[in-house]
Ligand binder design. Structure first.
Ligand code: HEC
Ligand code: HEC
Length: 310
């Protein structure tokens, strides 16, 4: 088929080239809008390169112009930098709607007494949501995210059983200044039978009683007398002394001796004996100076009411 006038089938324009005798190519230019869109992207790219960080240059990169971001860094200094997502994020944390709201609440908390905070459901809702995050970040590694603690290592903060007291003032004192739970080791102080007797007495305080009742009587004398001197910290009745952080031994709550996990009476005895022989020395770190005052306040209220709020 000849194609002298560059007309293909149905009269459409062709490029005029012919291959293999009859293979032709239509001349279909792209639509105008497409061409302009294409030039548009090139112009967009040029403007973008000018405004935003774009090209590597040596060890650095082109930072763009007319797009400075100013924010306050951790040290409280005002910093101005070229546009970048990190600076944008930091600025948003300080001036974003959320951040401003949070700041307002924190100011309210700083200015309120503990009583005022606890009586205001709106403030308490804020305390709970923010302190939960603070707790998970700072305290969770030891006490567990849910504050359930680990028997033998870190006390459970969800129960209403407090080594150092559960009033708001006591909890504040614990968190700000830390605590050192200390009980001396009684290794080598008692012969085996006497050790067993004291442990039997301790268990009996929580209603766990073995067959040999005489042992409990003997243990009581050691506990309450000079031989053991346990009463000195735990009191005569074994109910503990909050000023010493000495556990209440008569409340069925165990923070060091894992009595609940022991299956038999003998194993429970062994768990208590272990604490008596090894003693206890564990530390709750002080947080004053490590966290801002207002955050300590949030945590104090949070912990206080987690444990039932004495
Ligand atoms: C390094 C581990 C560790 C971290 C982190 C830690 N604690 Fe403790 N905390 C302890 C230990 C250990 C004790 C028990 C001290 C004792 O035996 O008397 C304790 C005790 C406590 C008590 C006293 C409980 C009672 O029964 O009286 C409170 C309240 C408490 N922690 C709150 C916190 C808060 C709030 C944080 C975070 C700001 C925190 N802890 C972070 C280890 C830790
Ligand atoms: C110097 C004070 C002191 C003396 C004396 C003392 N304790 Fe303690 N005891 C403590 C403290 C403090 C704790 C809690 C430590 C902690 O939880 O951080 C404790 C914890 C315990 C526990 C673990 C309780 C639990 O909940 O797991 C047992 C059991 C115990 N003492 C028994 C005794 C017996 C028996 C004697 C005497 C032979 C004795 N203690 C003497 C201070 C003392």
């Amino acid at each position: 088929m000849s194609n002298a006038d560059n007309q293909g089938r149905k009269g459409a324009e062709t490029t005029g080239h012919v291959w293999d005798g009859d293979l032709q190519e239509y001349n279909n230019p792209v639509p105008m809008w497409w061409t302009w869109a294409f030039y548009g992207t090139i112009i967009f790219a040029l403007v973008y390169w000018l405004l935003y960080p774009a090209w590597p240059v040596g060890k650095g990169f082109t930072t763009g112009t007319f797009n400075d971001i100013t924010f306050v860094n951790k040290k409280g200094e005002e910093v101005t930098t070229h546009w970048n997502t990190r600076a944008l994020f930091l600025k948003d944390q300080q001036t974003g709607e959320q951040a401003v709201k949070q700041r307002e609440y924190l100011d309210k908390i700083s200015q309120s007494s503990y009583q005022e905070i606890m009586q205001d459901p709106d403030k308490m809702a804020f305390v709970n949501s923010m302190a939960k995050v603070l707790f998970a970040d700072n305290c969770g590694p030891c006490h567990g995210k849910g504050a359930n603690g680990v028997v033998g290592l870190y006390p459970n903060l969800r129960d209403d059983d407090w080594l150092w007291g559960g009033t708001i003032e006591e909890v504040e004192r614990t968190i700000k200044h830390g605590r050192n739970g200390y009980m001396p080791s009684f290794a080598g102080v008692f012969p085996k039978e006497k050790l067993e007797s004291v442990a039997a007495y301790v268990l009996s305080l929580s209603g766990i009683v073995g067959e040999d009742k005489a042992k409990i009587e003997e243990g009581k004398h050691i506990f309450q007398g000079e031989e053991g001197g346990c009463y000195y910290c735990h009191t005569d009745k074994g109910t503990g002394l909050k000023s010493q952080g000495a556990a209440n031994l008569a409340d069925k709550v165990w923070t060091i001796a894992n009595v609940p996990a022991a299956a038999t009476y003998e194993e429970k005895l062994a768990a208590v004996e272990k604490v008596i022989v090894e003693g206890v020395n564990r530390e709750m770190p002080a947080w004053q100076g490590r966290l801002p005052e207002e955050q300590l306040k949030l945590l104090t209220v949070y912990i206080h009411q987690l444990g039932g709020g004495k």
